[in-house]
Design a protein around this ligand. Structure first.
Ligand SMILES: Cc1ncc(COP(=O)(O)O)c(C=O)c1O
Length: 366
């Protein structure tokens, strides 16, 4: 078999998604018993108690395939958000829905516009289907430059991805800038609003993507149970899609793409709104403490609307390694002069600050 000739040429330049370091690896390297994994924007606590109880109850029935249409969960999501059933799609993580949308729309040579740096999966799904990534640099303050993004749209543009709050910077674009942007997007370009961190945002001008979704306009809104709901290990996300696009994703998805444990855990999590509010508040408090500590240590950071903070660093590789030595795993970006630091529990926050303090002292700054 000539594999070079057999495999689609679009895949050649792609690199697989690189997950962060594993806790066991870092435990071995650092010799520390307590390892803080702050590298994947996960929630530091386990799933909601009601979700855990429901998951335990469903385990003896794992001989059965899941409900392929996820009827109960989709019904609950439609009711919560006032959506019609034909618009609601659930996926094996919102990541799957991103790929299905790309697979449904992109042809070789098409263009996909997104900010950079932003979520690494956008360039991956673009390349996967032979399309061309148009990366628009963030404006000063690490915010989406929506005017420049509108300028970057051409006749070849099929999709614009907007990540709000943005991963990895934690910044948002606000309502007014977003509405101005929408007036400039042609009707044959799909705008995908990736709101994976929606539940953490507190800014009064943060636009709720679903308020702009009417099923007619070419807008998609994506959310996930991986972050505030602590179900990252189960892989489950959802989206509001125009009906023809939702139908296309049903043709492309696997028959049982969302497993039954994920469906039942998400269903029960959705019912516990009080826990979401509690977690949002705690996340906000921890960020406030981190900011004041970073100010004291002399660390430059970007105020965040998510559950992670983008920290500027003149020597990110050294700082990353030194933090590993302290048992703290953050996310580095190769060349970018920054690190992304996840927000943890109050105990985690104290440990994070101590680690940064130790590293800043040793290296003479961060
Ligand atoms: C911006 C953004 N979108 C989507 C996802 C994917 O989330 P999921 O776990 O639902 O696939 C992530 C995960 O980190 C993310 O940061």
């Amino acid at each position: 078999m000539d594999w070079q000739a057999a495999i689609r040429p679009e895949l050649e330049p792609m690199v697989p998604y690189a997950p962060g370091l594993r806790v066991s690896e870092v435990r071995e390297r650092s010799g520390k018993e307590r390892i803080l994994k702050l590298s994947s924007n996960e929630h530091p606590c386990g799933p909601f108690p009601s979700a855990i109880r429901a998951m335990e109850a469903v385990l003896p029935r794992m001989n059965r395939y899941p409900d392929g249409s996820a009827r109960a969960l989709r019904g609950a999501l439609c009711e919560r958000f006032g959506l019609a059933d034909e618009h609601l799609v659930v996926g094996n993580g919102s990541n799957e829905i991103i790929r299905l949308i790309a697979q449904a729309l992109l042809r070789p040579g098409d263009e996909v516009v997104f900010a950079w740096p932003s979520f690494v999966v956008y360039p991956m799904v673009t390349q996967m289907f032979g399309a061309v990534a148009v990366k628009v640099p963030l404006a000063p303050g690490e915010v989406h430059d929506l005017d420049a993004m509108a300028d970057a749209i051409t006749e070849r543009t099929r999709i614009v991805f907007l990540c709000n709050p943005n991963n990895p910077t934690g910044t948002i674009y606000r309502r007014e800038a977003f509405e101005r942007f929408l007036t400039r997007v042609p009707d044959d370009v799909l705008v995908v609003l990736d709101e994976a961190y929606f539940e953490f945002a507190t800014d009064a001008e943060y636009p709720d993507g679903l308020a702009y979704f009417d099923g007619e306009r070419p807008i998609v809104v994506l959310r996930t149970f991986s972050k505030i709901y602590s179900l990252a290990g189960l892989r489950i996300g959802y989206g509001a899609l125009p009906a023809p696009l939702a139908s296309a994703t049903h043709k492309l998805r696997e028959p049982f793409n969302v497993n039954s444990v994920a469906q039942i855990a998400a269903y029960h999590s959705l019912a516990d709104e009080a826990e979401v509010i509690r977690r949002k508040k705690e996340n906000q408090e921890q960020k406030t403490y981190l900011y004041s500590s970073f100010d004291r240590i002399g660390i430059s950071y970007v105020p965040s609307e998510a559950n992670f903070v983008y920290v500027h660093s003149a020597r990110p590789v050294e700082v990353f390694e030194a933090l590993l030595g302290e048992g703290v795993i953050v996310r580095d970006f190769g060349t970018a002069p920054a690190l992304r630091v996840g927000v943890g529990t109050p105990d985690d926050t104290l440990a994070t600050v101590s680690a940064f303090e130790a590293v800043a002292e040793r290296l003479g700054g961060v």
